[in-house]
Design a protein around this ligand. Sequence first.
Ligand code: NAD
Length: 470
Amino acid sequence: MGDATASTMTIGGESRTAPGTFGVVNPATGEVHAQAPDCSREQLDEAFDVASKAYIDWKTDESARREALANAANVMFGAAGELAPILTREQGKPLARATEEVLGAGVWLEYFAALEVPREIIQDDASAFVEVIRRPLGVVAAITPWNFPLILASWKIAPALLAGNTMVIKPSPFTPLATLKMVELLNTVLPAGVLNAVSGGNDLGKWMTSHPVPRKVSFTGSVATGKHVAASAAPDLKRVTLELGGNDPAIILDDADVGTIAQRLYDAAFANNGQVCSAIKRVYVPESLHDDVVDALSGLASAAKVGDGMEPGTELGPINNAPQFERVKELVADALGSGAVAATGGRPVDGPGYFFEPTILTGVSEGTRIVDEEQFGPALPIVTYRDVDDVVARANATTFGLSGSVWSGDADRGAEVASRLECGTAWVNAHLILGPSQPFGGFKWSGVGVENGPWGLAGFTDIQVQHRSR
Ligand code: NAD
């Protein structure tokens, strides 16, 4: 079952094995299908050391960086055939979605290759010329989760490198392989040491955040780990960007046309099998629309083709890993045990792999774990409400604040309600629409800072004022 070619890390432009390896499971089978290098402490030291040395030249020439990033984008555009199957086998997503993810990483690199690092003149008169300049920070430690390993890596790599930083990146131990290969391919167009990739378990992440070399930690993952990362970075005053979990509400107003919005709601809840930080995780419906919404979403969920992502026609793959599979099973069982009804689904699929039936739950409300917590899987609770002020308060009554949406036949009315949501992105008649120019981040425990656009780029810089007296 093992891959013919062993996966390798990239340190200083060179392919490197590690003293040990760890198994990577294919979630469609539940079996270990490949081995990944288990980076040693000495190798991590070396990666940070070569990144520090590469920083000396890399920070000096913005146009050279822009050109290198444009070349990196082209590498990604040509790499879908190689990277997408690796991603599907370790992550589970259908091959077509994995292909989109590879190309999406190219789009992000292309966007940042064209972005200017801003310089702003704030005074130009007889007494002084004063400019606000963005300076790179140094070496960045990047840590990514298992749901979108490549696209989320590109959200960090592209702006960090454009700003003049160098990087050591660590993917999740559940999905190391596609990222290692991506970094290997990008190293064909980047100077040695600018972008390094290491793989290992959670301890490797801890070593990175407490290491003296990196000046910034860019982290995407769970709230619990994000708090550890912040604590670990604090004694050294490392800059941190934290993109953490969400429990996104979708509020349907009483004037919404269910037939028009059902597919969009379903797509935003079940994309990537529900394993998206900003997926719809709870739907609030007025009682008058409850049955129509449940029928429409159940129809779409029950028709979805669930299977191995390598099989043509698969729409939803497995849940990525055993702990997450157990968590989704537990949250659905807990809801059903407290009086919820599965309008469709509700059970794991018989057989090997971490497959779970796409599930629509009714008869649930706050106080049930699947409404209050982030399920991060293919199970969606539908919750009723009577009053708009009340539902806004309920949507906001959480420590999460990543994103949310309001659905209405009147976009202005929808926007008014959306403006009352306490979250980083508030959509109207849409959800989960993201792009490289659009800043993305969370309120409250959903994060610190933003990624993407000029605002994300700024997060990889410190401000320097240059004041020339006249
Ligand atoms: P996780 O927090 O378990 O792991 C994320 C990464 O952190 C992995 O690479 C892991 O090895 C590493 N890690 C674990 N412990 C660490 C430690 N103590 N110090 C440093 N690194 C450590 O998250 P996950 O289960 O891989 O991902 C799912 C979570 O990520 C969900 O909560 C989801 O909402 C969130 N997420 C957020 C965004 C966003 O942009 N806001 C995007 C995708 C996923």
